[in-house]
Design a protein around this ligand. Structure first.
Ligand code: NAP
Length: 275
């Protein structure tokens, strides 16, 4: 086995389809699997993967924080976020990274043709994903307003990520009405997952926006449907998933697979599940 995604539940994960396509593209023999893993199995599972010479481990809910105590090294991003979603092989053990925010920014610029530096951006949510996205945006010079149901969590996000503001970027707690002045909107809440609820009033959306919805079940969320109607450019959560996986490959193998074949493989997997 060359790699695995660990989580619980994990059978829904698209990572095996994405990684196995990446290996095929690189001409690498090896299999990437989904391993259902509870918190008390993490140590043993990581040791087994290490002993099996696995190169790539991805980590999903609910283990992104739990896994940290088993790592020999953790990069600055992941340390600040207190969340790891990517393990690469170090000299003496696993190293930890977090690729969600960078993957989101790659999707915004590559799929959405967004300009991040100097942009007014709204991040909806204050959980692990929102933290990672806010950090990646402010370190690229965006002016980010964080909007969250629980105000104290938005304030905590701002305090935690503030020091990563770079290239003129800034970070404040905001309000959903700020969407009207924004050019980037990222939904990093779970609102919209398996529902037709949108986190933003359709009347606040406009054609100057690039909208990314991290939710990808359904692929076309109500937010994206409303955004399209308003003339905004829209990017679904599957692109973010693909882009963060490409970033993971860079940490783990030193190469970045093309995005489109990975997307096609993930869509094929989703289609096969609907049969
Ligand atoms: P999380 O840590 O549990 O955070 C959830 C966030 O959603 C919190 O800010 C929470 O607000 C908010 N929220 C949940 N239900 C709400 C409601 N009914 N009304 C208002 N706000 C609500 O989750 P996460 O790990 O950050 O994940 C967030 C989303 O991103 C999930 O849908 C996940 O699947 C998706 N995601 C996608 C990718 C990708 O590659 N596409 C990667 C990672 C995550 P409170 O603070 O007020 O509770």
């Amino acid at each position: 086995m060359l790699g695995a995604v660990l989580g619980s539940p994990v059978s829904h994960s698209l990572s095996p389809a994405i990684y196995n396509e990446a290996f095929r593209l690189q001409g690498i023999e090896g299999v990437y699997s989904a391993i259902n893993c509870e918190a008390n199995d993490v140590a043993g599972t990581l040791q087994h993967l290490w002993d099996s010479q696995a190169q790539a481990v991805s980590v999903t809910m609910p283990l992104k924080e739990e896994v940290i105590k088993y790592l020999v090294q953790i990069d600055d991003n992941a340390q600040t976020l207190n969340a790891v979603n990517c393990l690469s092989r170090g000299n003496n053990g696993w190293n930890g990274h977090n690729t969600d925010g960078d993957g989101c920014c790659d999707a915004l610029t590559e799929q959405g043709k967004a300009t991040i530096s100097g942009a007014n951006a709204i991040v909806l949510g204050a959980g692990g994903t929102a933290r990672s996205v806010a950090l990646a945006l402010v370190s690229r010079g965006a002016h980010v307003a964080v909007v969250n149901r629980t105000l104290s969590k938005a304030e905590d996000l701002v305090n935690r990520v503030q020091r990563f503001c770079a290239n003129g970027g800034s970070l404040v707690v905001g309000h959903s009405s700020h969407v009207r002045d924004a050019s980037i909107l990222v939904n990093a809440t779970s609102i919209g997952m398996n529902s037709t609820i949108s986190p933003v009033e359709a009347t606040d959306l406009h054609s100057r926006l690039v909208i990314l919805d991290a939710v990808y079940q359904p692929m076309k969320t109500q937010l994206l449907t409303d955004g399209e109607k308003a003339g905004a450019r829209t990017i679904d959560g599957l692109w973010m998933l693909i882009q963060q996986a490409r970033r993971q490959c860079l940490h783990q193998f030193g190469w970045k697979p093309d995005a489109q074949p990975l997307r096609t493989a993930a869509e094929r997997e989703l289609a096969s599940r609907q049969k």
